[in-house]
Design a protein around this ligand. Structure first.
Ligand SMILES: [Zn+2]
Ligand SMILES: [Zn+2]
Length: 306
């Protein structure tokens, strides 16, 4: 199960009733935050989530509405006496930018590690999150920007007959099911594929904001259980503006959701001028029926099928 919370849904600036777009993804006791604009820590507090256990922060790009909340967030995490290292992932220059922001948060009781994304697409795993991987993929904004896809693999069913026939002792069953390999006293090696059936459908979540529509988004969002996508503008006459500032309209997001064959799409990163996103939802739904105009704090538990 993956726990998802869209902490805020605003673009450009936080508003009293709409915080900046930021996504929290939790799995196996670990926590990944994607983007951290001004007031993200207030959005977390509102949902009753503590910032102490954030393990990874991924940045889509280095515009202020996606990064300016970091120094305050780091200080709060430090005040909570967190000591575990924090991994920060982002486009080229992530270490330089975070260190510049850290001039005002210099002393922290935990180490910050960095992962710089330098290619158009990169998949990586997070320690302590078995079966879980994150793919960063380049999108098309006016500075380098990435979307992120989180995938949780699901192993095949445990085959009791196969395990018994292979003479594998019961005490190894649980570990094998979790993907572990064992070397027995007699030197024999037992591996998960000896006792597990074919892999089953896992869980996929894709988040992208601040971009024109791209093939990379459609490809990476393909078959996602949940696709969270920028919908900066709902007003049909803002199409030219979306193109000029490298953002997206509701209708462009809906078209990508349809092309990618996702199950459900949440719109986010609304322009401050867009007071009532729901007003334009019916037209977006005509393109992709399962479109939601997300509000701050919208949450879901993504579970394996059956
Ligand atoms: Zn933005
Ligand atoms: Zn931007």
């Amino acid at each position: 199960m993956i726990d998802v919370c869209l902490l805020g849904t605003g673009g450009m600036m936080p508003l009293p009733n709409r915080f900046l777009t930021s996504l929290m993804v939790r799995y196996n006791g670990k926590c990944v935050l994607i983007d951290c604009g001004e007031a993200t820590q207030i959005a977390m507090k509102k949902k009753g989530i503590s910032s102490k256990p954030i393990d990874v922060i991924c940045f889509t790009h280095f515009h202020a509405d996606h990064v300016s909340g970091l120094p305050g967030m780091l200080l709060t995490m430090g005040n909570a006496e967190r000591t575990e290292p924090l991994l920060i992932v982002g486009p080229k220059g992530v270490e330089r930018i975070v260190n510049a922001l850290r001039v005002i948060a210099p002393e922290l009781p935990f180490e910050i590690k960095f992962k710089e994304i330098t290619t158009d697409e990169e998949t990586f795993e997070i320690e302590g999150m078995p079966g879980f991987s994150i793919t960063a993929f380049k999108v098309n904004h006016n500075i380098t920007c990435y979307g992120y896809s989180c995938s949780l693999k699901r192993q095949g069913k445990f085959n009791v007959e196969a395990a018994t026939a292979a003479g594998i002792d019961r005490r190894y069953w649980n570990g094998l099911q979790k993907g572990e390999t064992f070397t027995l006293e007699d030197g024999r090696v037992i591996t998960p594929d000896m006792v597990l059936g074919d892999a089953r459908k896992g869980i996929k979540l894709t988040y992208t904001t601040d971009s024109r529509p791209t093939d990379s988004i459609v490809r990476n969002a393909a078959d996602s259980d949940l696709f969270i996508c920028e919908g900066m503008y709902g007003e049909p006459d803002k199409q030219a503006k979306a193109r000029e500032y490298k953002h997206m309209t509701f209708y462009e997001a809906a078209k990508m959701a349809k092309d990618a064959g996702v199950k459900e799409m949440w719109l986010t990163h609304y322009s401050p001028s867009l007071v009532n996103p729901a007003e334009y939802l019916p037209d977006a739904k005509r393109i992709f029926a399962n479109t939601k105009a997300a509000k701050d704090g919208r949450s879901i538990e993504l579970r394996f099928e059956d």
